[in-house]
Design a protein around this ligand. Sequence first.
Ligand code: C2E
Ligand code: CA
Ligand code: CA
Ligand code: CA
Length: 279
Amino acid sequence: SKQNGRNGFSFYFEDLSSDSKRVLKLDGELRKAIENKDFELYFQPKISLSDNRVVGIEALVRWNNEELGFVSPAEFIPFAEETGLIIPISEIIIHKACEDLRKLRDAGYSDITMSINISSIHFQQVNFLKSIKSILEKNNTSANNFEIEMTERTVMNNDTDTVSKLVRLKQLGFKLSIDDFGTGYSSLSYLVRFPLDYLKIDRSFIQHMVSLDEKQAVVDAIIQMAHRLKMKVVAEGVESVQQLNLLREMGCDFIQGYYYSKPVPMDELIEFLQIWEVV
Ligand code: C2E
Ligand code: CA
Ligand code: CA
Ligand code: CA
């Protein structure tokens, strides 16, 4: 038992040090990646249930590092938020989104909007509006092409600063979405106070909707509420035709998920759109 304890102890220590090694590595490699603008964007289509059209695409960052391999944004984005590296990363992402939007427009898709995910850390920067405006200007494109996805965390500060930033974004032409809806904070007061366009129902509700009546009830209630508040609803993480049919019955507006397409690079997205039009 003493032996076990020692093994347990040393195992724990080794684990800890390999963890902190990874963190150090991540930090160093992320800084290099920022310097080299070494990120890519993948895109997932968003389909309108009423007319089966691709109305938008969501940009999702991808980072493939020589030493670490593919690092999921679910790992490096939270890390970048803690270290502040999210701000330069986010600026690179917005810049790349503008470039890829150009490709999409050149391929003849003139009215598909592009969603970008904005971290609350970036949103709360004093010069957030200025930085996003200047990137768009540099790329000679307008805010009307974009939708901003924020989580509840970003808008939960019911302060005047947040309200005025959101109003300014709307005035510039951005559409505003609440991402991962239902997983964050319980207060819903911001829904009334802020000029929001879309609610994105979190995948965790969609995932078990077919087998769990309770999840279905929540999804149904979110859709009804959003519509009463003049917002449209996006269901994310739709993987099956059963989920799709339920969501259609409930009056959900837009669908995103592997059922239609995984996130793919812009060239592949354009191929997807070309096939989509024919079918
Ligand atoms: P999110 O914004 O909620 O993005 C949706 C995630 O669900 C994406 O994972 C997407 O690939 C995945 N997904 C879409 N459809 C399905 C489906 O049918 N089934 C399953 N199992 N998954 C599906 P991804 O790309 O790994 O991104 C994870 C999270 O990382 C995002 O969650 C977002 O919070 C963050 N993230 C990704 N790209 C960016 C970015 O450019 N900027 C910021 N600030 N955060 C980002
Ligand atoms: Ca999102
Ligand atoms: Ca989401
Ligand atoms: Ca999420």
